[in-house]
Each structure stands twice: as structure tokens, then as C-alpha cells.
Design a protein around this ligand. Structure first.
Ligand code: NAD
Length: 305
């Protein structure tokens, strides 16, 4: 059975180019009605234009698909979602993909560099998602894909603003997955690597040509589908490969031998190698699971003679 999105309505933010365009084209080719959102500004977030979104809408329509343009900034999430509701009557899928870069080393990062990057990536995803949420909740169905980055997971020189926003999206998505669970709303993260205007001077030229956004779009499409079982997952995709990240916590060690002892910095130094030894570490998947496991470890201390 082929993967279809008939009768589903999708909003793809930043869909005027790069990855978002590939997502919009693929979803529309599989039957979805798509809102092609794009502010049409520069790579660093200046200016605006309707051209990018219009061209993608034309391409979809010329191929027989259903699409409508929206030119609002994702900071105005209500207007983005209203376009879906006004034109197609519902909202099933949100792909928060819009993004800009203002790379500077930390000392050179101006307030405006920090704020605009956060407003587009993190606050924008929040605004669009919050606007869609009550509709998804009411219909007991929704699929949300947020866009992070290896910079958000590991950091990257010159990207304090971007990596902080992208890491924020990890926490945001985990909470959406928890809050959406009872309402049939699933939220996941895509960590892409693809040739686009954002990466044209970052990726090595020999890699650039092979990293087509079209190689990532099928992964994101599946993550938006009703049959995809995952929620709260971080999926990385690039150049025809896809995989998943997870957290690992070391077994750690108790810092006291019994409750009468004080913990000193010297004791922490003494046990540091055990604290950071990842051998035999576990992989907590929830707040509760991680906390209960910790409580179990602490109980060993209180129950010791
Ligand atoms: P891109 O520049 O081609 O696409 C981003 C789009 O977002 C642009 O069309 C832009 O006009 C639009 N946009 C910017 N600000 C907007 C706003 N306020 N409102 C609405 N639209 C806005 O870049 P891309 O590489 O396709 O990036 C897509 C997403 O993937 C971004 O979130 C980016 O951070 C993320 N990402 C990309 C890579 C990569 O390798 N390309 C790696 C990690 C993460």
C-alpha cells in the first residue's frame, strides 16, 4: 500500500525553498493539501517577498496538486494556520521548518542576532504549533515535525544563537509528545543535512551536490503519516541515510557511603571517573523513568546499614 495523505491538510513553514520546498512537493504529490508558508526574506532574515512561496504553489498546482501560499512570518502563527483553515477547513500536519542563520562567535553576537534567530526557529515553531493545537486536539489527530540540527545537539563554533534555539526545539518537541499523547497528536524532530542556501558555504563542495533535500523529504513524509508509530523521536537524515538519537545516562555512583557522611568536593573528585563512566549506562526515555531510576539508586543509600 502506498503512503498517501488524501484529505490531510499540511502546513510547511519556510517551504519556498530548500528542505521545506521538497517536503511540500512530496506531500502534495501524495494527496495532501498544502499551505506553502514562506516569508521570502534573505538567509539572515531581512526583507520579504511572495515570490518563493508562489513559485512552489504553482509547481504543485501544475502537477495537479492542491496548495495555497502564505507569506506571514512564522512569528505570526495564527495567520499561518488560518490560511489552512480558511482554504482547506482543517489542519492535520505541521512541519516547522522555517529558518535563518546569523552566525557569529559568542563575543560578536548582538542582541538582534540572538533574538531574531530565536524568534524564527523557536518562538516561530511555538506560535504555529499553538495555533494548530486546539484544532488537532478537537479532531484527536495531529502530526508535528520540528526541525533541529546537529548544532543543536552538539553545538557548533559561531552558532551560539542557532544551536541554543535548535536545542530548545528538542525540549519543546518532547513536551508536545507528552501533551499530545491522549489526543492522537504526535511530535517528532528531524535533524537534516542538505544542500540549501543555508549550507552552501558551510558544507564541503564535494558533499554539497550529493545532499539533496529530496533525499530527506521521504523520511519527513513518513514521520507525518498516520501510520508512523513514533512520538518524541529525534531522527537524523542526510544523503540517503536515516537514524535515531537517544539519551544515555551513566550508572553514576553514590557520593556517600552512608547518610552520616558529608559530600565534599574532594569526594566528587575521587569518584569523578565513576560519575562520567558511560560503560553500562542506561537509556532513560522519560522524565518519570529517569527520576524513578534515580530514586532507586538513592534508596540503596537510605537502606544501607
Ligand atoms: P532555506 O534557507 O533554503 O529554507 C528556509 C526557508 O525559511 C527559506 O525559504 C526562508 O525564506 C524561510 N523563512 C525564513 N524566515 C522565515 C519566517 N520568519 N517565516 C517564514 N519563513 C521563513 O534553508 P534549509 O536548509 O532548507 O533549512 C530548513 C530548515 O532546516 C531550517 O530550520 C534549518 O535551520 C534546518 N536545518 C538545515 C540543515 C541543512 O543542512 N540544510 C541542517 C540542519 C538544520
Amino acid at each position: 500500500m502506498s503512503i498517501r495523505f488524501d484529505n490531510r491538510v499540511a502546513v510547511v513553514t519556510g517551504a519556498g525553498g530548500g528542505l521545506g520546498k521538497a517536503y511540500a512537493l512530496l506531500l502534495a504529490s501524495r494527496g495532501a493539501s498544502v499551505v506553502v508558508n514562506d516569508l521570502g526574506g534573505s538567509r539572515s532574515g531581512e526583507g520579504q517577498s511572495s515570490k518563493a512561496a508562489d513559485e512552489v504553489v504553482s509547481e504543485i498546482r501544475n502537477k495537479g496538486g492542491k496548495a495555497v501560499a502564505n507569506y506571514d512570518s512564522v512569528e505570526n502563527g495564527e495567520a499561518v494556520i488560518k490560511t489552512a483553515l480558511d482554504n482547506f477547513g482543517r489542519i492535520d500536519i505541521v512541519i516547522n521548518n522555517a529558518g535563518i542563520l546569523r552566525d557569529r562567535s559568542i563575543a560578536r553576537t548582538a542582541d538582534s542576532d540572538w533574538d531574531l534567530v530565536h524568534r524564527v526557529h523557536l518562538r516561530g515553531a511555538f506560535q504555529v504549533t499553538r495555533a494548530a493545537w486546539p484544532h488537532m486536539k478537537k479532531q484527536k489527530y495531529g502530526r508535528i515535525v520540528n526541525t533541529s540540527s546537529v548544532a543543536g545537539i552538539f553545538g557548533n563554533f559561531g552558532q551560539a544563537n542557532y544551536s541554543a534555539a535548535k536545542a530548545g526545539l528538542l525540549g519543546f518537541t518532547n513536551t508536545l509528545a507528552i501533551e499530545g499523547e491522549r489526543s492522537g497528536i504526535q511530535a517528532n524532530i528531524i535533524v537534516p543535512m542538505a544542500a540549501s542556501r543555508l549550507t552552501q558555504d558551510i558544507l564541503p563542495p564535494e558533499l554539497f551536490d550529493g545532499l539533496k533535500p529530496e533525499l530527506i523529504a521521504p523520511v519527513v513524509a513518513w514521520m507525518c503519516h498516520e501510520d508512523c508509530p513514533d512520538t518524541g523521536s529525534i531522527i537524523e537524515a542526510a544523503g540517503g541515510w536515516a537514524g535515531k538519537y537517544r539519551w544515555q545516562r551513566s550508572q553514576g555512583t553514590l557520593l556517600m557511603d552512608d547518610l552520616s557522611e558529608n559530600i565534599t568536593p574532594e569526594r566528587v573528585r575521587e569518584r569523578w571517573a565513576q560519575i562520567v563512566d558511560m560503560q553500562g549506562g542506561d537509556f532513560p526515555t522519560s522524565n518519570q523513568g529517569a527520576t524513578m531510576d534515580l530514586v532507586g539508586k538513592m534508596e540503596k543509600l537510605t537502606s544501607s546499614p
